[in-house]
Design a protein around this ligand. Structure first.
Ligand code: ADP
Length: 303
């Protein structure tokens, strides 16, 4: 028997370029930005940071371009102690980027350059070895779904726990769904994937297709279904929300970290609920993701 430990995150890495403007420009309009900031991002990287800060060993599989943004993102992986030898640079390709225009009234518009993230190649032998040795595989959908399906099938065959955060939402085939131990979606994604606008119906429909379903409900918390039956609901913690960017990514990473340590679903959801509550109290995605010590302190004060 191979010893399974830690988490493999298969996903995207982006540099987010945030342009602060007075208003969102219309067609043909040129505006001057008040400020430009760059932040590490991409659902894959955000979730890997959430896993690592929750103190679970984390390996990332993904692609960068051969540019300065790629080098900066590699530094983030190093700083966060995320094993990154399976994050490969694609020659001549750009690193994923998201251009986020934020107006004074906090509206935004986003243009994503997927760049290296959408490299369609299959997982290599070494990628598969990393997946086989992990206790949990965590993937999202900002990369080609063929890679996610290959990883899920392989991880399942090796007895790892397979978790998919189906964001951004897209149609999921039965083969992929049958290999998932947990599907995590927000309410919007649940409706799109189930092709059902009524949320209770959408959740019930999805719950019938996977072993375990977790639907996050923003400041209302989350609901867990197992074997098509609603198991429990967890209210969100009451906090002063400053910026909800990255709440879902923090929830997924923290949940998976706890599961990889052998915790129960109930414990892992409570831990993830606390981690994501802390994340919304600070600006940004990566900067707002809490450490294990911060989550434990938060929970200890609320026993
Ligand atoms: P996403 O970021 O994918 O849209 P949600 O908005 O559902 O995901 O948030 C994920 C989790 O973050 C929720 O289940 C909840 O536990 C926590 N959360 C989100 N918004 C708040 C908030 N305003 N206050 C406290 N917790 C929150």
């Amino acid at each position: 028997m191979t010893e399974h430990s830690g988490v493999v995150v298969l996903g995207s890495l982006n540099m987010d370029i945030v342009l602060s403007v007075e208003r969102i420009p219309g067609p043909g309009e040129t505006l001057l930005a008040r400020e430009m900031d760059t932040y590490p991002g991409g659902k894959g990287l955000n979730q890997a940071v959430a896993v690592a800060r929750a103190n679970a060993p984390c390996t990332m599989i993904g692609f960068l371009g051969t540019d300065d943004f790629g080098r900066s993102l590699r530094d983030v992986l190093e700083t966060e102690r995320i094993e990154n030898s399976r994050v490969l640079e694609i020659k001549g390709q750009t690193t994923g980027q998201a251009f986020i225009t934020v107006s004074q009234s906090a509206e935004n518009s986003i243009v994503v350059v997927s760049g290296a993230n959408i490299n369609p190649s299959s997982l290599t032998e070494r990628d598969l070895e990393s997946i086989a040795s992990a206790r949990v595989l965590l993937a999202q959908l900002e990369i080609p779904i063929s890679r996610v399906s290959q990883a899920a099938r392989f991880a399942k065959s090796k007895g790892s726990t397979v978790v998919l955060n189906a964001a951004p939402a897209t149609e999921l085939d039965d083969d992929l769904l049958s290999n998932l131990d947990f599907l995590i979606v927000n309410e919007h994604e649940a409706s799109i994937i189930a092709k059902e606008n009524d949320l209770p119906k959408a959740m019930q429909k999805l719950a019938g297709k996977v072993d375990n379903l977790i639907v996050t409900l923003g400041k209302l918390g989350s609901v867990v279904f197992s074997n098509a039956i609603e198991l429990f609901r967890t209210p969100a913690f009451e906090v002063k929300a400053v910026d909800t960017t990255g709440a879902g990514d923090t929830f997924c990473g923290a949940f998976v970290a706890a599961i990889s340590k052998g915790e129960t679903i109930q414990f892992a959801v409570r831990y993830a609920t606390a981690a994501s509550a802390l994340a919304v109290t600070k600006q940004g995605a990566v900067p707002s993701i809490p450490t294990e010590a911060e989550v434990e302190e938060f929970l200890a004060a609320r026993l």
